[in-house]
Design a protein around this ligand. Structure first.
Ligand SMILES: Nc1ncnc2c1ncn2[C@@H]1O[C@H](COP(=O)(O)OP(=O)(O)OP(=O)(O)O)[C@@H](O)[C@H]1O
Ligand SMILES: [Mg+2]
Length: 217
């Protein structure tokens, strides 16, 4: 299975989702690889930090730019799950990766500016589906408020009803410092120790997200 994490906007949480998903798959005993297709190399830096800690399950991370379709397909013959992290824009890597992908995960913050890019993303999906008609597109709301009174999730949910080509995931990733802190340690949130209730909540979010992704195929 090839899952591409993409979108037109920077900073939505693509790399955070990619590394937490690949780590959870590997920790579940699945054969999974991360392809870093963003020249910013955030995922590669994370993998480098991770390599220094021998107590963590090793995760293979390779970089590939420009046309990544061939590499994605080759890796899907060697691994059960290929997770591709792309840049925060409509890039050649995102489009060529989508040609090979089974599903694209589109992280969105529940803000007006992020959600305004939905129209462009829907246009890209239409073009890609001319070539890869079975490509699924799933939007994931990220960095949503942890305040129980917050309505950001509900308001964003309403906007998605206008975009039937993109299905909104049941999983949500809330704004929690542990997502930032774990990155610098080469860890997934599920691998952090002494995390308190926020860590436990993030742990549940990533496990739920992974189960939802696994339920697609
Ligand atoms: N759920 C979250 N809670 C708190 N901080 C988060 C969360 N998700 C991401 N962040 C932080 O927001 C910043 C952007 O996240 P990330 O790098 O994952 O986004 P991105 O979409 O990959 O960005 P880019 O478009 O630059 O590649 C990082 O500092 C990250 O630690
Ligand atoms: Mg990134």
């Amino acid at each position: 299975m090839i899952f591409l994490i993409g979108g037109q906007k920077g900073g939505t949480g693509k790399t955070t989702v990619a590394i937490n998903l690949v780590a959870q798959l590997v920790n579940m005993g699945k054969k999974a690889i991360l392809i870093d297709a963003d020249r910013q190399s955030s995922a590669t830096h994370w993998a480098d930090y991770r390599e220094e800690d021998s107590t963590l399950m090793p995760i293979r991370c390779i970089q590939k730019f420009d046309n990544i379709k061939g590499t994605a397909i080759e890796m899907s013959e060697l691994y059960d799950y290929v997770i591709i992290d792309t840049a925060g824009r409509d890039s050649r890597e995102m489009r060529t990766g989508m040609f090979a992908a089974d599903a694209v995960i589109l992280p969105f913050r529940a803000t007006q500016f992020d959600l305004l890019t939905l129209e462009h993303v829907q246009g890209v999906l239409e073009e890609i589906r001319d070539v890869n008609p079975s490509l699924e597109a799933h939007a994931l709301l990220t960095q949503t408020s942890t305040n129980f009174r917050a309505t950001d999730f509900k308001e964003a949910q309403d906007i998605f009803t206008d975009f039937p080509d993109v299905s909104l995931m049941n999983s949500v990733i809330k704004h929690r410092m542990i997502y930032q802190n774990s990155l610098a340690e080469g860890r997934a949130v599920t691998e952090m120790r002494r995390t308190g209730s926020s860590g436990a909540s993030a742990n549940r979010e990533i496990k739920k997200l992974t189960q939802e992704v696994l339920s697609w195929h």
